[in-house]
Design a protein around this ligand. Structure first.
Ligand code: 5GP
Length: 199
């Protein structure tokens, strides 16, 4: 196995519809599996309460985002929900893979498709809701977006759900800890025993 092949296999991409809980799974990984390297995306959207620049996202201006795109600094990027831009800084991912760390990108479907073009050896995981009704409940229940934004996200979610067959593996987010454990197992890690669960 070449160096390139070895490192490429260590990259896992987690995508799925809006409000399926990708962010919650990421947070669970950050807390319970610090050995996983989590990519910190750049975004042009405003910071939400509790979010820390450089931890949850790199919050950048549209001008800085333009620079990152023009300079080839992003592994992938996309306009999400027709509003803000999000992208994965390339150098950090390459460094994590060079260090041999199991690396995870939590990105939207458009981004996952771009990574599939450039790094087809990566492992692509689709996080699915237990049901459509549950997805809608989560989407409306989160309450951080306005009515118009919620509608926009719902219509994006319908299209995104149809993409499931494009992925190597589907994980149903029926329980965050369980879904996280299944994900880290796919990444070649040994999930913590049930008794150790603290989240
Ligand atoms: P939020 O604004 O709620 O944090 O995230 C909105 C969406 O942007 C989520 O579906 C999330 O997966 C996606 N996202 C976050 N970072 C990236 C990124 O670097 N690239 C892409 N393509 N999507 C991202």
């Amino acid at each position: 196995m070449t160096e390139g092949g070895t490192t490429a296999r260590r990259l896992t991409v987690l995508a799925g519809p809006t409000a399926v809980g990708k962010g919650t799974v990421s947070a669970d990984i950050r807390q319970r599996y610090p050995e996983v390297w989590l990519s910190v995306s750049a975004t042009t959207r405003a910071r939400r309460p509790g979010e820390v620049d450089g931890v949850h996202y790199h919050f950048v201006t549209p001008e800085r985002f333009d620079e990152m795109v023009a300079g080839g600094e992003l592994l992938e990027w996309a306009v999400v929900h027709g509003v803000n831009r999000y992208g994965t800084p390339r150098a950090a991912v390459e460094e994590a893979l060079r260090q041999g760390r199991p690396a995870l990108l939590e990105i939207d479907l458009q981004g996952a498709r771009q990574v599939k073009e450039t790094m087809p050896e990566a492992f692509f995981v689709f996080l699915a809701p237990p049901s459509w009704d549950e997805l809608v409940r989560r989407l409306v229940g989160r309450g951080t977006e306005g009515e118009e934004e919620r509608e926009r996200r719902l219509s994006t979610a319908r299209v995104e759900l149809a993409a499931e067959p494009e992925f190597d593996k589907t994980i149903v987010n029926d329980d965050v800890n369980r879904a996280t454990d299944e994900l880290v197992q796919c990444m070649g890690l040994i999930p913590h025993p049930l008794a150790d669960r603290s989240v």
